[in-house]
Design a protein around this ligand. Sequence first.
Ligand SMILES: Cc1cc2nc3c(=O)[nH]c(=O)nc-3n(C[C@H](O)[C@H](O)[C@H](O)COP(=O)(O)OP(=O)(O)OC[C@H]3O[C@@H](n4cnc5c(N)ncnc54)[C@H](O)[C@@H]3O)c2cc1C
Length: 282
Amino acid sequence: MKAVAFDYVRASSVEDAVDALGDDNVKVLAGGQSLVPLLNMRLARPAVLVDINRLAELSYLRRDNGNLVIGALTRHRTVERSPLVYEDIPLLAEALKYVGHVSIRNRGTFGGSLAHADPAAELPAVCVALDASLLVQGHDGVREIAARDFFLGPHRTALKPSELLISVRVPVPPAETGYSVQELSPRGNDLALVGAFAAVTVESDGTCAQARIAVAGAGPTPIRAVAVEQALTGQALTDSTIAAAVAELSVDPPDSIHAPASYRREMASVLTRRAIRTAVSR
Ligand SMILES: Cc1cc2nc3c(=O)[nH]c(=O)nc-3n(C[C@H](O)[C@H](O)[C@H](O)COP(=O)(O)OP(=O)(O)OC[C@H]3O[C@@H](n4cnc5c(N)ncnc54)[C@H](O)[C@@H]3O)c2cc1C
């Protein structure tokens, strides 16, 4: 099938792009890895596409005051291979290895993945786990949205149709932080049935100083496992304390053609336990 006819606007600046945005009939085109299939299947029928691919000012990675700041148009592969990401937030580099295939990561963008808001996607879950915040620019200026408030439901976000996501600020965890991504998917590099993302900071005496955990594919949005984090903090990190903490995990996955809800719920616990144990061992 072919997309329905649409008008095409190539933005030459962020302001130009924002000026062209308005209502649901206008869509931003970033890497096109999610939008173009939706257009071709006629599941999306925008009247206008605003192409932001020439906006070099939205493609960057930089350190800023204890954060890593990532421009919305930065390609997945650039983030995955960045030495800054390896040094500061290896959880992000690890998560990106699970995002589709290399050819998809060469085109897909950091901002596109967040704006697309697939509940099983890796980057939204990492951003929720690490307390990232998103900068969006609209007709009235720039506002900041915490990742935990950004995802409202499957493919639904707090972004208004008139707003462009311009950058993402991810706080760099303390140096003594181990990390892990654990995923279950029908085939390698498919979207996950369930995924668990953990960053655990360990004190010199082996107790947990801080845990940041999120689960993907187990509800309408990425789920921050706050109760698990609280149960771990201050505890000696043994198999039994980890198992007791994971018992606090509360997720409500839907049934799907790939697996019933009960299986996904069980796997969310198994993968979360594995992610914490692996993070601690690192
Ligand atoms: C075969 C295949 C496998 C995949 N597997 C995975 C996977 O395992 N995990 C995963 O997470 N993803 C996967 N993806 C999706 C991939 O990560 C996409 O890159 C990502 O979802 C969308 O990014 P994009 O830059 O391509 O955005 P686009 O497709 O261009 O846009 C997606 C949506 O976001 C909006 N948008 C994009 N950028 C902005 C912005 N700056 N401001 C406001 N709105 C914006 C668009 O209007 C559109 O609604 C897969 C894709 C394919 C084709």
